[in-house]
Design a protein around this ligand. Structure first.
Ligand code: GUN
Length: 289
């Protein structure tokens, strides 16, 4: 029997727990506050930001909604970040990526106050994570780790194959799974577009995490029996009657082999959103400790 891991349910549990912590903060007169910054007219980015805002509202996190003309010079964004960095009411700042061509993402990340970097992308936060002393775990890998824990999947001693080497998912997740802590102690392989024989790696893994951004890249023929499969992909593909969302895993064939698998949608996606709330509450605590 294959277990389909319900990311919506796990995320909902986490949100309930966060609501309790936010209520406690409220008794001290503190309302965690997240600023979102959007410098794009891409409809997908607009949707992501408005979902993040409504997630915050639902649990009692206050929001600032900053929109910057995508044609404005980079300085406009940097000035905004300087203001948010020094604003005592703002706990976390999230700049929706990608930013326009005239603004280098890496400069944006470095401009943020690392204490307010709830994405966990600032080099200081990346360094802390790699050293095994994380301040903010990036939201998607943190969501993956939480889902594995919740599903009772032991990572200690497990062979984990991550497909994808992005700064947002593959690289931080590999570091997290390597740590000598609960949810870590795995033997980790990171595969990518230049990997010679992907199936040879995935086929011997206890846990496969697909995060390459390639629709249905991993199918059942590439998996070991009873492996655990975590699908981070969110790919919009055209169909005869419109378009649909598919992951990086071919769900039907993979479910025939896997002991547990996440669906798309309803797997990792809701966890990523919940972990942003988690980091924002953590930011509110850290600034007052
Ligand atoms: N764009 C795509 N994913 C992300 C993310 O995790 N954080 C931010 N800030 N932008 C994104």
């Amino acid at each position: 029997m294959t277990t389909v891991i319900d990311g919506n349910a796990v995320a909902s549990d986490l949100r309930d727990r966060l609501t309790g912590r936010i209520d406690d903060l409220a008794t001290e007169g503190v309302t965690p506050t997240l600023a979102t910054v959007l410098m794009s007219d891409d409809p997908a980015s607009e949707t992501y930001v408005s979902m993040k805002q409504s997630d915050c509202e639902e649990v009692g996190i206050a929001t600032r909604d900053v929109e910057i003309d995508p044609d404005a010079p980079a300085e406009r964004l940097f000035d905004t970040l300087d203001d948010l960095n020094s604003d005592p009411e703002v706990d976390g700042v999230l700049v929706q990526m990608p930013t326009p061509d005239q603004v280098a993402d890496s400069e944006v990340i470095r401009r943020l106050d690392p204490m307010k970097d709830v994405d966990g992308f600032h080099p200081e936060n990346v360094g802390l994570l790699v050293r095994g002393d994380p301040r903010y775990k990036p939201c998607t890998p943190h969501g993956v780790q939480h889902l594995l824990d919740h599903a009772g999947v032991e990572t200690e001693g497990a062979d984990v194959v991550i497909v994808g080497r992005s700064n947002i998912v593959g690289k931080p997740l590999a570091n997290m799974l390597l740590q000598k802590t609960a949810g870590g102690n795995a033997t980790v392989t990171v595969c990518h577009s230049r990997t010679d024989d992907l199936a040879a790696h995935t086929g011997r893994a206890d846990i496969v995490v697909a995060a390459a951004g390639v629709p249905e890249l991993v199918d059942g023929s590439m998996l070991a029996e009873d492996s655990v499969v975590i699908d981070v992909g969110v790919n919009r593909v055209e169909t005869e009657d419109g378009s649909t969302l598919v992951g990086d895993v071919a769900f039907d064939s993979a479910s025939e082999l896997a002991s547990a698998i996440t669906p798309v949608p309803g797997g990792v996606g809701p966890m990523t959103r919940a972990m942003l709330l988690y980091n924002t509450v953590k930011a509110a605590h850290l600034r007052r400790d």
